[in-house]
Design a protein around this ligand. Sequence first.
Ligand SMILES: [Fe+2]
Length: 293
Amino acid sequence: MLLPNAIKHSYRLALDLRECDYSTFYLGKFSTWLLSLFCLFCIKIRPIGTTRTNSKYTTFPRFVTSLLSWVLGLKPAISLISQKLNIDCYKVDSDSYLSLPTETVLIDWHRDSAFLLDTENIKIKTGRHTYKFFVYLNPNPFSFRREGSSTSEGGKKPAEGALSFIPCSTRFSRAVDSAIFHDFIPFDGDHSLEYLVSRVRDILDEMDRRNLQSFFGLERKEYIKFIDTANNVLSSGLGLSSFFTTFPVDPGRVVVFNGRTVHRGGATGDSQRLVLRFITTGTRLEDTLFYVT
Ligand SMILES: [Fe+2]
């Protein structure tokens, strides 16, 4: 294996993902440089789309995804993570994008895999789990600047961090998914954090009505605490806060997270970012079960 970073960290990754929904580690300098060069080359020669932030964007063919997964040691890492989290039949897709500097939030607080008003879609999404590996790379691999300078033009301030998470929020996303899937609460919006808070309130109301102590393995006080945390996060604005975690997105950093975690794509400041993204999707059958006490 050429770059066994993910394998080296896989046991800790699996534990972190199980405990708080995300983890991080670094690639070596040479690996970062090589991958940066490769992804920039692909962005030049592959069909290019643009994201809603107008960043350049390209997807990789299947064989390149497999090659990159192998080179980065993702396959055994994902295998261990899947084993620890009881996820079956996973598959991996990858793409890369060059994110342009922005002072505004790219995407506000939300979780992925929200329901669409479609029964089949609800069935499929309830058991499906997505893990994202964001590999931050250098958009200027031939520009060798001093340590500590920004990834854009020298002298400009680097971004504080452009990826934030609410720790342990996945279990509330999963509870909402299960509640909607089993008609415990009616279907309604559940993508943004504001909507998620409303659905958690629906769960609490239904627990009151049925005189239940817990739903989906979570007690009343835990749902109430999540609502308090979420309200604090929403009122924290754009800056850093003790209610959520923000990672600096410096080249070489890999951030791994469960797509159901509540997260925010923040402003990149003056930094241009090249991101290689692996999306691993598998099935977690226990999420399709209905359990209350
Ligand atoms: Fe997202």
